[in-house]
Design a protein around this ligand. Structure first.
Ligand code: SF4
Ligand code: SF4
Length: 283
């Protein structure tokens, strides 16, 4: 009898390839989920699409696992009598906000009434999945200390969408243990985060580095480390071109005096000229 080869890597690879082919390379706006990051230069590089982060098919599938978990969180909350709204009924889209000409935006996992600890208060919902090690830290130190980006994200959502409380629900992917925490709104922090978003959006060139040491752990894990520290060229597309700038609801090309669609920005043109600071890092 002919043996069935045990190695299924061709099939698995085909699945991973499908994930990689379907991904959108860059996010059009500065996302609220990132605004809590410490390094403004990293956020600017991301907003300007300087490095195309490579996410393997396996990793993209892992991201999808996190998204699929949101459905279970909603069902879990509903199963104990909590009213949950996760999508706008008219459009089928998630609830969210958009500000600064559409350049700063984000969408929430939902809104809930009937959270047992405070049943009369509407709560913004934020769902996350954790690995074992980080879940133990979350239980010990809480959201703000363990995942300040998630905390900042909720503070910004509450500010824009008028919530006074958020309900953070997380799962340990290894054990399915759940953790929840109620988060207060914080208008002072929200104001600082808004100012930070505005600085990044209007900055014509990269803000200063958070560290000059490429071996520092945050730089080592940064998607833009090669461009920032090692002189690697940034991506050639409109957002790294000195003729391009964000405007109200769009990106403008000063050279051709036109608005640029997402696809046009990705394509760039032969007149592309690097923003000086990016050119210096190329040279
Ligand atoms: S490599 Fe470091 S300094 Fe450069 S953008 Fe990333 S985090 Fe900031
Ligand atoms: S000159 Fe070309 S690359 Fe530069 S912003 Fe205009 S269209 Fe984009």
């Amino acid at each position: 009898m002919v043996q069935i080869p045990s190695n299924n890597s061709l099939t698995v690879q085909a699945i991973y390839d499908t994930y990689e082919a379907g991904r959108e390379p860059f996010r059009p706006h500065l996302g609220a989920s990132l605004i809590g990051r410490e390094c403004e230069r990293e956020l600017w590089y991301t907003f300007r699409w300087c490095s195309a982060p490579f996410h393997s098919g396996r990793l993209l599938r892992l991201f999808e696992t996190g998204q699929l978990e949101e459905y279970r969180f909603v069902e879990n909350l509903r199963s104990v009598g909590i009213e949950v709204h996760d999508f706008e009924s008219e459009t089928g889209n998630q609830f969210g906000f958009s500000d600064m000409g559409g350049h700063f935006a984000g969408s929430i996992d939902g809104a809930a009434l009937g959270i047992i600890e405070a049943p009369k208060t509407w709560h913004l919902l934020e769902f996350k999945t954790y690995n074992d090690k980080r879940f133990e830290l979350l239980k010990k130190h809480g959201v703000q200390m363990t995942s300040p980006e998630h905390h900042a994200q909720m503070v910004i959502y509450m500010h824009y969408l008028g919530f006074t409380r958020a309900f953070y629900l997380a799962v340990n992917k290894n054990t399915d243990e759940l953790y929840s925490e109620r988060i207060r709104n914080d208008s002072a922090l929200a104001g600082l985060l808004q100012q930070k978003a505005e600085r990044i959006i209007v900055a014509p060139c990269p803000p200063i580095r958070i560290s000059s040491d490429p071996e520092w752990w945050k730089c080592k894990f940064c998607d833009h480390s090669a461009v920032c520290h090692d002189g690697f060229p940034a991506e050639v597309q409109c957002r790294t071109c000195l003729h391009c700038r964000p405007d109200d609801g769009c990106w403008l090309c000063g050279e051709h005096r036109q608005k640029l669609s997402y696809k046009e920005q990705l394509r760039g043109c032969l007149e592309h000229q690097f923003i000086l600071e990016l050119k210096e890092s190329v040279g």
